[in-house]
Design a binder for this molecule. Structure first.
Ligand code: SF4
Length: 381
């Protein structure tokens, strides 16, 4: 019931709004959603950004640090749980800020132990993360965008096109959710992180940097920078900037050793050629004993010949690096085939004879569509 202010000397009139319970709930939900849009989500901020925000409202740096530390403790979803902060300040925060969470909505476990998590975002888009448990480590592959604009021909995400960037809360939220799930199964923690899921991380640069800052912060998730790898298809100016802004491992999706083949597979090569990428890698600051990882998908009859292997070896000569060979993960939507095992081994041998460290990464989670983009494709039709 709303009661507009009556005019002086006259009796106020009453305006009655008759809403049944369901309509009222819908109205409250939509008002709350609108409010959330204008409130700041603390999970999108690095420690430095949060402290700046808190101090700009007249509170101390110490208070900002304290709140940041609360955000990444397990199970913290409300300001009321931050018990060493005054009630008055907590109540003030509740009116201007939120703490988002990103629970997974889909989980599939493969016969080989690989786990695929799907996350439904607030705008109903689905992103995915893949966990690969191994004897000595748990590797999590995270997404940085909904879809991808790069259009690599061998990649299902590339066929979906680009929808939007993920914000830092949506990137870090994937790791938080998987950490919690691992802990509930007594499987330890995520201790190897790779940005190789949906999207091109360097095309979402500022959100990537903020996410990395949160992840590596000892008050955040304390993920080791030596065990965090950002993979790119070759956004050359951003490769150099990444190295200048944050200490992290670099992986390059190369997939061909000459421009003609690479341009057929990866449209980005028309903008930044192989020699541009190699030059950027030469400028990337490497920590002691660290090397750049080059990813090379082996596609039958396209880039898997002996000559391709020799060309690749010659090309990478100036770079301290390792090479990951990935026999193509076949998908009905894509035209590429996996080379025979002896072809893969021959390719590896040529590179090993040229004194490279070369791994063959066999595909995991085939029974749960674990290749990048497969899960989201399946659940969005
Ligand atoms: S391989 Fe990576 S950069 Fe290329 S389309 Fe797929 S997600 Fe995008």
């Amino acid at each position: 019931m709303l009661t507009p202010k009556g005019k002086r000397g006259k009796r106020p009139f009453l305006l009655q709004l008759q809403l049944d319970n369901n309509k009222l709930k819908l109205l409250i939900r939509s008002v709350n959603a609108d409010l959330k849009k204008i409130m700041i989500d603390f999970k999108t901020l690095s420690r430095k950004q949060l402290i700046e925000w808190i101090t700009s409202r007249g509170h101390s740096t110490y208070r900002g640090r304290q709140i940041f530390a609360w955000l990444y403790r397990p199970g913290i979803t409300e300001f009321s749980q931050m018990t060493d902060i005054s009630k008055k300040f907590r109540e003030e925060l509740e009116t201007i800020a939120t703490i988002s969470t990103l629970p997974y909505t889909i989980k599939e476990t493969s016969a080989d132990g690989t786990m695929k998590y799907g996350f439904t975002l607030s705008d109903d888009h689905i992103i995915e993360s893949v966990l690969i448990p191994e004897e000595d480590r748990n590797t999590l592959c995270v997404s940085s965008q909904v879809g991808c604009a790069m259009g690599c021909k061998f990649c299902l995400t590339g066929t979906m096109g680009f929808t939007r960037n993920l914000n830092p809360a949506e990137i870090v939220g994937q790791i938080c959710a998987v950490q919690e799930d691992l802990q509930s199964m007594n499987m330890g923690t995520v201790n190897n992180l790779v940005f190789m899921g949906m999207g091109e991380p360097l095309a979402n640069f500022e959100n990537l940097i903020t996410s990395l800052e949160i992840l590596m912060d000892d008050l955040g998730l304390s993920v080791s920078r030596r065990r965090t790898t950002v993979s790119t298809c070759g956004l050359v100016p951003k490769i150099i900037e990444l190295g200048q802004r944050i200490e992290v491992n670099l992986a390059i999706s190369l997939h061909a050793a000459d421009d003609e083949t690479r341009s057929q597979l990866m449209p980005i090569n028309e903008k930044y050629s192989i020699s541009d990428v190699i030059n950027a890698c030469k400028q990337f600051p490497l920590q002691k004993r660290k090397r750049i990882m080059f990813e090379y998908i082996l596609l039958k009859g396209i880039n898997d010949s002996d000559e391709d292997a020799r060309k690749l070896g010659r090309l990478l000569r100036p770079i301290p690096c390792k090479i990951n060979l990935l026999p193509c993960n076949e998908a009905p939507e894509l035209p590429y085939k996996k080379p025979a095992n002896n072809r893969v081994l021959a390719f590896q041998k040529i590179l090993r004879d040229m004194e490279y460290t070369v791994f063959i990464r066999t595909s995991r989670g085939d029974d749960i569509s674990a290749a990048c983009g497969q899960l989201a494709n399946k659940h969005t039709g």
